[in-house]
Each structure stands twice: as C-alpha cells, then as structure tokens.
Design a protein around this ligand. Structure first.
Ligand code: TRP
Length: 338
C-alpha cells in the first residue's frame, strides 16, 4: 500500500435507508467499483454521520451491515479497495475536532445542505452534529490524504470546504494534508425520481413510488417503472427539457446495459412508451435479482462480513493514524510518551 502510486480516492455512503436505490447505485457505487481498478480506493459506510439524525440502535446496526453487504454485492472487492465502517476508525472524530477549531462559524453556517435540512426540522430538533457534519466529512477526506473525492453534485460545497480547510491548516501549521479535487460524478449517471423527474432520486426528496430500491421484489420495481411519469407525445427520444421522464428511463436503461442513448433511440423508433417500460422492468429485474442474492449471502453470514470490515478498518487505521499523528504534532500537542 505504501508504494501504491495510483491516485487515492475516498468516498462514503450513509447507512440510513436499508436498501440502496438505483440512484445510489448508478450515480455513485458503480463508479466506485470501476475506480478500484485505477485508484487506491477507500470506501466507507458513514455510520457516524447517520446519527446526526436520530436512529433506532437496532435499525442502525442492521442498516449498517446491509449497506456494507450491498457495497460488496455491487462489486467492491476487499482485495482491491479498502472498505470499512467510519466508526471503526476513531481518528476521523479526533481530526474533526481540529477542523472544528479552524473552521469559521460563519463559514460552517453557509453550508446549504445544513441550511436546508435545519430549516425543514426547525432549530430545536436540529442537532449540533448536523451543523458540524461537514467538518467530520472534511476529516474523513483529509485523514486519508485523498487526491479525489467521487461524490454527487450536492456534495460540491463540502468538497470546497475541505479544500479551504486543508489549505488553511497547511499554511498555518505547515503542510500536513493533500488538497483534494472534487470528482463530480458524470451527469449521465444522474437518476431522477420516477414520479417527479425534476428532482434527484433520493431518499429524502422522493416519494416511495419514485424510487427503485435494489432489494425490492422485481414485481414492486416493475410496477413503479410502469407507472413512472412520462411526457406528452409518444416518441422515445432523449430530451431532458421536453421529455424529462422518458430521458430518465433512457438514462437508466443505457447505464445498466452499457448501450448508448442513440442506439436505444433507434431501437425504439416507432415503439411506444409501454414497450420501453416493459423492457426496462425486465432489465432492472435481471440486474437486481443476482444483486439481491449476493447481498443476502453476506447478510446470512455476518461473521464473514464483520471480519471483512475488521480487516478494512485495520488497513484504514494504519493510514489514518499516521495522518493524525502528523496533524497533532503540527498543532502543538505533546506526544504521549510512556
Ligand atoms: N455527505 C456525503 C453524502 O451524504 C457522505 C459522506 C460522508 C462522504 N463523508 C464523506 C462522501 C467523505 C465523500 C467523502 O453523500
């Protein structure tokens, strides 16, 4: 690992929804899987971030295992990347304190995701952790000296904050951190809500009918695809302005089958929306079936799953501990000598 000169990437996914949905998979996890071939990749389930919103403990445990199982089922290979749980690496929260002390209150207050979420909940129900969430994320990234951070567009501001704080620390105390580049995942993989193609498919913004959960029964997903909102007219053509619903279905189809949109437009010339939806339901079912089975195999064997995660945590900690020691030293903390 020490001699690994490939660029390093780090990313994380929340364990809050049980099943991943198609937007998580096509928008992020699929790219993570491709990047383990070209990058020195670190991927984690961000269970610490999950408790910024109240979680039921048993549910959190189950969701965390389920998230890890789905990452493995999606092709993340512990031999080729480092896969772990955020709470298994205490250095993240240790570095986070330093980041809280160099970030400005105003700077943190400008994070739009915090503003949106706290406005919805009201300030009494908003935890301090939700406010400091971005600083934990900054630490997640800096502690691995990540070169790139593959995330969706909604996380761009958090990556900018990461860059600013890395630079601030480096110039104030001497260089301790790599300043990471955002690696905003391709627009083509942006998946929208089936019922409202103007919003992203996401657990917080969508109604259940607008989301395809990967662990759902094929019948349930087929029903959602068939009742997806489509556009007036009958032509199957990619046009995000005029035909956002059909364009979204084409994107899903194209990404899952590695077929170009142009090829699909030709294939469906003269055919109706119904034909596209029927075929897409089958494609989703054919893909999700084996995915569900692989996920279940990991869940049926929690010992193996936990031991894979323990190994991942060990690899992650060896990097994180080194960065933290360096940062502690630069800040002026005395070493703990025996
Ligand atoms: N905030 C990210 C999201 O909601 C999850 C996350 C936490 C993350 N820590 C990270 C992503 C570090 C990239 C790098 O999607």
């Amino acid at each position: 690992m020490v001699n690994d000169r490939r660029p390093r990437v780090l990313s994380g996914i929340q364990p809050t929804s049980g099943s991943f949905h198609l937007g998580n998979y096509l928008g992020a996890v699929r790219q993570w899987s491709a990047m383990q071939e070209t990058h020195d990749a670190f991927y984690m389930v961000v269970d610490l971030h999950a408790i910024t919103i109240q979680q039921e403990p048993e549910q959190l445990r189950a969701n965390t295992r389920q998230a890890a199982a789905q990452l493995l089922a999606a092709g993340l290979d512990p031999e080729r990347c480092t896969i772990f749980l955020q709470s298994h690496v205490p250095e993240h929260t240790q570095l986070s304190w330093i980041m809280e002390c160099i970030a400005g209150f105003g700077e943190a207050s400008r994070m739009t995701q915090f503003k949106d979420k706290s406005a919805k909940q009201g300030s009494d129900r908003t935890s301090v952790g939700l406010f400091t969430y971005p600083l934990l994320m900054v630490s997640d990234i800096l502690i691995y000296q990540a070169d790139q951070v593959p995330v969706g567009e909604d996380q761009r501001q958090h990556i900018e904050l990461t860059r600013n704080l890395a630079e601030r620390f480096n110039s104030r105390y001497g260089k301790a951190f790599t300043v990471p580049e955002p690696y905003i995942l391709k627009e083509t993989a942006k998946i929208y809500d089936l019922q409202d193609p103007s919003v992203k498919m996401s657990k917080s913004a969508s109604t259940p009918k607008g989301i395809i959960n990967l662990l759902d029964e094929p019948k349930v997903s087929a029903k959602k695809i068939k009742s997806a909102v489509t556009d007036t007219g009958s032509e199957i053509r990619f046009d995000e302005q005029e035909k956002p619903g059909i364009s979204n279905l084409l994107t899903i189809y194209s990404t899952l089958t590695d077929t170009s949109i142009a090829e699909l437009e030709t294939r469906y010339e003269g055919k109706g929306y119904g034909a596209l939806k029927t075929d897409l339901s089958e494609i989703v079912a054919d893909w999700a079936g084996p995915f569900r089975e692989r996920t279940q195999e990991y869940l049926d064997d929690p010992e193996t799953l936990d031991s894979l995660l323990a190994k991942g945590a060990e690899k992650a900690r060896s990097v994180a501990a080194e960065t933290l020691a360096q940062a502690y030293d630069k800040v002026g903390f005395l070493p703990a000598k025996h």
